[in-house]
Design a protein around this ligand. Structure first.
Ligand code: NDP
Ligand code: 2IT
Length: 449
C-alpha cells in the first residue's frame, strides 16, 4: 500500500494533510486487502484516493470600505458510491486543496461507518471570517454560493458547516441558493430551526462525541461523572462537548481558540459556558476575555513556534480535542499520558498527529478517531435531510435519542471490526475498516466508474 502513498506524494507533494489521512486509512486496512484479492484486482485503493471531481473558483466580494477582495473557493467531491456527496464547508485562511481533500476523504469513511446513505465531500474557502462585519460575511457567502449552487443539490451534494461556517453563514448561503435555484430544498444542513433546520443539529457533534466517550469508558467500568476533562476549541463542537460533559457531572477545566487557552481549576460550569457562547457566537471575541472575567482562570497564549501546547499538560482523566487538525503533537501526547489521561475522544477531524495517535494506541489508552467520535454532526444532518424530505419536524428529544442510538451503534461496530481483524480495542482500525469495506463493496457493485 505504501506505493499508493508514494504515488500521491510524487503527484501532489504539497498535500501533507491529505497524505496523512490516506496513510492512516491504508495502514488500518492492510489485513482487509490481504484477505480480499478482489479489491486489489479492481484497483479500489487507486480509485478511492482520487476525488471524483474538484472544482476551484474565484470568489470576488466587496468589503465595507468598498474595496474589491478575491478569495479562492473549492468544492471537493470525493466519493459517491453509497450516496450523494455530503460535504462540510470550511472558511479559514489555511484552507487549501490538501485540507479539503483530507476532510472529504475522512467524510467518506465517517458517513459509511455511521450507516448513512451518503457519500463524502468537502468545500470552503481561504476567506478569513475574523473581524468581518455581518454585511461582509453576507456578501462573501452570496458570492461563494453564486458558483457553488451549480454543483450542490439535495440529490447531488448536500453542504453543512465546519470551521468558520455556523448558523449565520448557512443562512446567507441558503438564502442565495434558494434565490438562484428558485427552490426551497434541503441542499444545506444546519439550517435555522424555523426554516428547515433540525433540533439538536447544532449540538450534535459535541453531544455525540460525549456519548461515544461514555460508551468507551463503560468498557472499563467507568463513567464520566466526576472526571476532569480537557477540551480544546471554543466553537460549535467544543461548546457542545463541554455542555454535555457538564450535564453528565464531569469537570471541564480548559477551552481554547486560535490565540491560546484558558485553564479554570474551579471548572467551567453552565453559567460560565453560557458566557463563552455569548462571547464566541454573538460578540465573536477572544477566549482570553474569559480569564479577565473569572478570577482564578488563567489564559496562556498559543506559541505557534512550539510543538508543545500546555493545554494538554494539565492533570485530567479525559481529553477532547475539538479545535482543528494536528493540534496534539507527539510532545503533547507524552504530556497527556504522563498525566494519567485514560481517554482521548476526537471532536475535531484528525486533531492528533500520527505520532500522537501511535503513542495512545501503544499505551492502550481509550482512543477514538474523529471519524467515529464526531460522526454525530453528520448523523443529525442526515436526520435533518429526512425531516426535510417528509416535511416534518421531529422533537428534540426524538432526535437526541436517535443520535444516542447512532453513536452507540458506531461504537459497537468499531469494536466488532477491530476484534474481527485481530486488533481488539483499536477503534481506529475498527472505524477505518468498517468504512472502507462498505464503500469499496459498493464501488465493486457499480463497476469501473
Ligand atoms: P468553529 O469554527 O465553530 O470552531 C473552531 C474552533 O477551533 C475555534 O475555537 C477556533 O478558534 C479554533 N481553531 C480553528 N482553527 C484553529 C487553528 N488553526 N489553531 C487553533 N485553533 C483553531 O468550528 P467547529 O467547532 O465546527 O469545528 C471544530 C472541529 O470539529 C473541526 O476539526 C471540524 O472539522 C470538526 N467537526 C465539526 C463538526 C460540525 O458539525 N461543526 C462535525 C464534526 C467535526 P478561533 O475562534 O480563534 O477561530
Ligand atoms: O466533519 C463533519 O462531519 C462536519 N463538519 C459536519 C458534516 C455534516 O454534513 O453535517
Amino acid at each position: 500500500m505504501s506505493y499508493i502513498l508514494e504515488s500521491l506524494k510524487a503527484r501532489d507533494p504539497h498535500e501533507r494533510e491529505f497524505h496523512q489521512a490516506v496513510q492512516e486509512v491504508t495502514e488500518s486496512i492492510k489485513p482487509v486487502l490481504d484477505q480480499n484479492p478482489q479489491y486489489g484486482q479492481a484497483a479500489v485503493l487507486e480509485r478511492i484516493v482520487e476525488p471524483e471531481r474538484i472544482i476551484t473558483f474565484r470568489v470576488p466580494w466587496v468589503d465595507d470600505q468598498g474595496d474589491v477582495k478575491v478569495n479562492r473557493g473549492f468544492c471537493v467531491e470525493m466519493n459517491s458510491a453509497i450516496g450523494p456527496y455530503k460535504s462540510a464547508l470550511r472558511f479559514h485562511p489555511s484552507v487549501n486543496q490538501s485540507i479539503l481533500k483530507f476532510l472529504a476523504f475522512e467524510q467518506v469513511f465517517k458517513n459509511a461507518l455511521a450507516t448513512l446513505p451518503l457519500g463524502g465531500g468537502a468545500g470552503g474557502s481561504d476567506f478569513d471570517p475574523k473581524g468581518k462585519s455581518d454585511d461582509e460575511m453576507m456578501r462573501f457567502c452570496q458570492n461563494f454560493m453564486a458558483e457553488l449552487y451549480q454543483h450542490i443539490g439535495p440529490n447531488t451534494d448536500i453542504a453543512a458547516g465546519d470551521i468558520g461556517v455556523g448558523t449565520r453563514e448557512i443562512g446567507y448561503l441558503f438564502g442565495m441558493y434558494k434565490r438562484l435555484r428558485n427552490e426551497f430544498t434541503g441542499a444545506l444542513t444546519g439550517k435555522g430551526l424555523n426554516w428547515g433546520g433540525s433540533l439538536i443539529r447544532a449540538q450534535a457533534a459535541g453531544y455525540g462525541c460525549v456519548y461515544f466517550a461514555a460508551e468507551m469508558l463503560a468498557t472499563r467500568n467507568m463513567t464520566l461523572e466526576g472526571q476532569v476533562c480537557l477540551v480544546s476549541g471554543a466553537g460549535n463542537v467544543a461548546q457542545h462537548t463541554a455542555e454535555k460533559l457538564i450535564e453528565l457531572g464531569a469537570k471541564v477545566i480548559t477551552l481554547s481558540d486560535s490565540s491560546g487557552y484558558v485553564y479554570d481549576p474551579e471548572g467551567i460550569d453552565r453559567d460560565k459556558l453560557a458566557y463563552v457562547k455569548r462571547l464566541k457566537n454573538i460578540r465573536r471575541g477572544r477566549i482570553q476575555e474569559y480569564a479577565d472575567k473569572y478570577a482564578g482562570a488563567v489564559f496562556t497564549p498559543l506559541d505557534t513556534n512550539s510543538d508543545f501546547n500546555p493545554l494538554w499538560s494539565h492533570r485530567a482523566t479525559c481529553a477532547f480535542p475539538c479545535a482543528t487538525q494536528n493540534e496534539i503533537s507527539e510532545q503533547d501526547a507524552y504530556a497527556i499520558i504522563n498525566n494519567n489521561v485514560k481517554l482521548i475522544c476526537e471532536g475535531a477531524n484528525m486533531p492528533c498527529t500520527p505520532e500522537a495517535t501511535d503513542i495512545f494506541i501503544d499505551k492502550s489508552i481509550l482512543y477514538a478517531p474523529g471519524k467515529a467520535a464526531n460522526a454525530g454532526g453528520v448523523a443529525v444532518s442526515s436526520l435533518e435531510m429526512v425531516q426535510n424530505s417528509i416535511r416534518l419536524n421531529w422533537l428534540g428529544k426524538e432526535v437526541d435519542q436517535r443520535l444516542k442510538i447512532i453513536m452507540k451503534g458506531i461504537h459497537k461496530t468499531c469494536l466488532d471490526a477491530a476484534e474481527t481483524y485481530a486488533t481488539p480495542g483499536n477503534y481506529l482500525n475498527g472505524a477505518n475498516i468498517t468504512g472502507f469495506v462498505k464503500v469499496v463493496d459498493a464501488m465493486l457493485d457499480q463497476g469501473v466508474i
